[in-house]
Design a protein around this ligand. Sequence first.
Ligand SMILES: [Fe+2]
Length: 374
Amino acid sequence: MKQILSKEERWNLNWSRTRASAEGYFQIQRPIPTLRRNITSKKPSSKCPRQLRTHSRLLKEHTTTCCVTSSKVNVSQPQRSTPRSIYDVSNNNILGFGANLSQDHPGFNDLSYKARRAWISELASAHKIGMPIPRIAYNQEELQVWKTVLQELRDLLPQHACKQYLQAAPLFNFTPNQIPQLQDVNEVLNRATGWSIRPAAGLLHPRDFLAGLAFKTFHSTQYIRHPSSPSYTPEPDLVHELIGHVPLLADAAFADMLQTLGEASLGVDDKQIWHLIKVYWYTVEFGVVREGSCVKAFGAGILSSFGELQHMSKGTAQFETLDPFIAQPKMSYKDGFQNRYFVLETFEAGRDMLQDYAMKAKLPQELQGSSTLA
Ligand SMILES: [Fe+2]
């Protein structure tokens, strides 16, 4: 390890000791790897190994004093517990659309739908990391929803989805006659990119959701949208997760970009979390990527929606370059199709941009204060 690091831009692995942080992460002094270069103000190169980039962030947030070569570096006091592994990330901190659906949810007046959704959500809440994801016996109504959405998208996806999505999708062999089980999907992803799916009871709090990405874990709902509106759901559901998100998790470059976004969230304050979730929204949910003279969809909110995919492909919306360093537009689940899409040149360029953002600790003044979802 030390040799590998030394070869790469003269990064050096030294042993260091830290004092106890305010939260007690390093209450027992122990050796940890650290970087010879300044870890507080200058960004490490994107070539810096991922573990060390993450480690430098953790050092910044969880140590009151750390030894970098022979000099002491002052770093700020930690504000909260930063997860050190997926075991520190809760899948039970659900935002909105919990057991009591809002009045404008298509299933609001359907008691049997609400009971089934609640039952599937409870299974997700009870899931323990490392255990198989429970298999759900989806009923005919749910299967019909899946079939409808898959058929709606059958002709549009090959035309408008990005090439990485189209290359990865066959791994999962989605067919109209069966709703895939998350456990099976999980096994394919483990083999393809080392990512995992973890069931969640609903829309997870952004801090937990983003933290999961840092540990190559995608939190996914397991229930199906209401059968009265197969083409629309106001909340994430399994159809959206499978068609929109899953295939690209099997693409190494995309998965790397996603992990970078997750790493950027570790230990940041709430304002930055809400900023990052907007960056997530305009990339992972509604992003497009350039392919020659065209733009193609990679955002799950586009890929899993017949209407959104048609809308994006008409080219009538605005297409802009993503800049994570500036305030992002408000996002909404309910106001129709997006009126602007953000374009990445490549997933690798997106990853580098997010890495750059992640290493610049402080948000610009104009971003401080906004912390609402809609
Ligand atoms: Fe999503």
